[in-house]
Write a protein that binds this ligand. Structure first.
Ligand code: GRF
Length: 201
């Protein structure tokens, strides 16, 4: 059984998609906890309703990034995860934290990396005038939004799109590729070897 801890900051729709897929497809996995850096993260309610332990480590309680990440790591370690899943976790993580979870921490970013790292990705895409946009699942490394790529989904940018309509089209695909990537990891078909993504049969 692979033990998974999911980190969220808000809505948690990707977390929900993963929890639902794990149950529906009977993954050999256990969602050990959902942890947020915000008490008001909407996704915490869903986790509670599904009997998943929740915890909050508020970044506001720590004066430095190092102190917050150390406290977050301590909380995560209580659940001894094999995999940490960042699902809309809006914090830049320190090198020490990232190194600790090297090869066992995934993130989803709402753009076709390496295009549009950072925030407001849908606005960036509209401003750039790209014809295709999408989402990327990647292993987390110290290089923000630039870890080895596991999966990408492409959606068209349509004339008349707003940030909202584009975000919705991308999110729908996030809910497909993120659970699929996590499932592959859980089934031992996805790993990071020498900083390269490895896919098994
Ligand atoms: C998603 O678009 C994800 O790619 C990004 O933040 C958003 C989080 O949405 N990292 P949700 O909290 O999973 O609903």
């Amino acid at each position: 059984m692979t033990s998974i801890v999911i980190l969220i900051s808000g809505r948690g729709s990707n977390m929900q998609a993963i929890v639902r897929a794990a149950a529906a497809e009977q993954w050999p996995a256990h969602i050990a906890a959902v942890i947020s850096n915000r008490h008001d993260a909407q996704g915490l309610e869903f986790a509670r309703e599904h009997g998943i332990p929740v915890a909050v480590v508020s970044n506001k309680d720590y004066s430095t990034r190092d102190a917050f990440d150390a406290a977050l790591q301590e909380e995560i370690e209580r659940f001894s995860p094999d995999l940490v899943v960042l699902a809309g976790f809006l914090r830049i993580l320190t090198g020490a934290f990232v190194a600790h979870y090297a090869g066992r921490m995934l993130n989803i970013h709402p753009s076709l990396l390496p295009a549009f790292p950072g925030l407001a990705t849908h606005r960036q895409a509209l401003v750039a005038g790209v014809k295709n946009h999408g989402a990327t699942v990647h292993f987390v490394t110290a290089d923000l939004d630039h870890g080895p790529i596991v999966a990408q989904a492409v959606v068209p940018v349509l004339s008349g799109d707003t940030e909202e309509t584009l975000a919705l089209r991308v999110l729908e695909q996030e809910h497909v590729i993120y659970p699929a990537a996590v499932r592959s990891f859980v089934e031992g078909k996805l790993a990071l070897h020498n900083n390269k993504v490895w896919f098994g049969a």
